[in-house]
Design a protein around this ligand. Sequence first.
Ligand SMILES: Cc1cc2nc3c(=O)[nH]c(=O)nc-3n(C[C@H](O)[C@H](O)[C@H](O)COP(=O)(O)OP(=O)(O)OC[C@H]3O[C@@H](n4cnc5c(N)ncnc54)[C@H](O)[C@@H]3O)c2cc1C
Ligand code: SF4
Ligand code: SF4
Ligand code: SF4
Length: 560
Amino acid sequence: MALVLRRIERSVRAQPPGVGKKKQSTKLPQYNTKTPPCTDACPSAEDIRGYLTLIAQADEYGRSPEMAIKMAFEALTDKNPLPATMGRICPHPCESACNRSQKDKAVSINKVEMAIGDFAIEQKLSLVKLAQAPTGKKVVVVGAGPAGLSAAYQMARRGHEVTLLDERAEPGGMLRWGIPAYRLPREVLAAEIQRIFALGVKFSPNTKVGRDVSLKDLKAKYDAVYLAIGAQTGRKLPLPGMDGSNVMTGVDFLLAQNLGQQPAMPAQVLVIGGGDVAYDVARTAVRLGAKKVVMVCRETRETMPATEEEIHEGTEEGIELHPGFTPKKVTAAGGKVSAVEFLKVELGEKDENGWPKVSEVPGTEFEVKAELVITAISQAPDYSGLEELKQDNGWTTNRGPAGRLNPEDKLWVGGDIVRRLGLVTQAFGDGRIAAEEMDAVLAGKAYKPAPKANVVSYKTMKLGFYKEAPRNEVTVLKPEERTKNFNGYVLGFDKNALLFEASRCMSCGSCFDCDTCWSYCGDGAVKKMPKGQHYNFILDKCIGCSKCADECPCSMIDMV
Ligand SMILES: Cc1cc2nc3c(=O)[nH]c(=O)nc-3n(C[C@H](O)[C@H](O)[C@H](O)COP(=O)(O)OP(=O)(O)OC[C@H]3O[C@@H](n4cnc5c(N)ncnc54)[C@H](O)[C@@H]3O)c2cc1C
Ligand code: SF4
Ligand code: SF4
Ligand code: SF4
């Protein structure tokens, strides 16, 4: 399949070899593998091109599709240990950066990730260890959310003894206790976390650091400590009357639902907020049986932080959205809020904290009646018992590039507490980078991050080389079906769609054996190497004409 999309067949060279022609330039060609923009945009730094190519070139390298997907899983999980999870919940900045979008549409990287992850669960594939022998070093990870899971995984596969502590009964952090099950089925999450535990990570549930054990004791007992406690506290709306017994924060509501302790769902629910958490709340309320769910947020429809998918699917599920309004007045009786009045706002320039200047538009008041009010406006970390980590800005943002709190300390931090909220893929990246530094420090070595090659732009590629190939889109259940329960509603790719989508990747910045340089060089200066080693230049035959570099579709050749 890869050949169909990637290669224009050329069985003979464009010109005969002609050794001894006059030199045209002092510059000579060089093969330089570059960073593809998808990987550059993925905060986990997944080798997306690498695993897509393993699948796309399966035929050429004599691999069965199953073998190719297994190899892709191993390449993918080098950076992201939960592909079936990420394939469902990552907002995929990789796809926004994909060069293929300049040709037709971006490669559906996220849903390929989901398909590889689902295949791995079905086939019970294991994660790959990097060291077989134990190092004898003990590491403790505080917080079993994405950042902690990533750090635990990366340290365990490097041979360290890892203990993972969490204040909750099960691991996963916001993946388990925030994101609703209809977006991330719990059996998928559990199967992927189990694979990390199979590497020998010991999980200690119901252990709150700062209450059940002190950070000081952990530092005394372990060789390194990684701490990623996230932001568990929902921010309340500072408005008089907003303290009624029927007012909750979004994270408290979702936590209650995930614990099976959700409040009885009244007919009318008001959700204040315009991000993904607000949509998780509103769509959960719909599934719990609320008759009417109204969402109001300050941002305009265009600047709302929720993804287009969430807004579209939420609207399909009947959520009534009012963007561009701020809450002004609360009507309460008997300790309960009965209505909230809103006023239209216009948002101006942002201040140094990222908050926009707000100007209200008089005469635009409207009231929303509600029996339950849920505010999903932001979150903050809970530093109780860990006050020394709370920095002036209320987070733990001052740390070294790999998350080490200071060069003398054996404490590393990451995830939402250092990012002032973020994405799961960022938390994975934080956990891995910290693990790389911890591993180096425990081995008594200096930590050197791998150097990053230049990012390849579509502008230097030959997009005309690649055939048009329409992107596979996933299907989702109809709103009336999916709102009946909390089952997953996104139907992933089957094997054929996975193979086809992988073959849409243009292998930006990396040779994929297309023969273009070899066939364009009329001077015999490009030598085909044995399979897997691509080509070499025979520079004393090269006249520096630059044809190979000009025609290389993936822009791997530089004239230097
Ligand atoms: C409702 C919701 C939906 C989201 N949806 C998405 C999405 O679709 N895609 C996306 O990329 N991101 C999403 N996010 C953001 C994402 O979940 C976070 O960025 C990510 O979980 C941060 O990972 P973390 O490991 O830093 O923290 P967390 O996931 O919060 O994990 C921290 C862990 O530490 C534990 N803990 C806290 N304090 C202690 C302590 N003192 N001792 C021991 N354990 C402790 C907690 O129990 C928790 O398990 C969402 C967030 C929320 C709230
Ligand atoms: S983790 Fe997110 S950004 Fe990275 S490859 Fe997967 S979908 Fe793309
Ligand atoms: S075409 Fe492939 S290598 Fe290029 S940016 Fe897209 S996914 Fe990455
Ligand atoms: S096409 Fe051949 S001669 Fe021209 S620069 Fe490339 S290797 Fe050299």
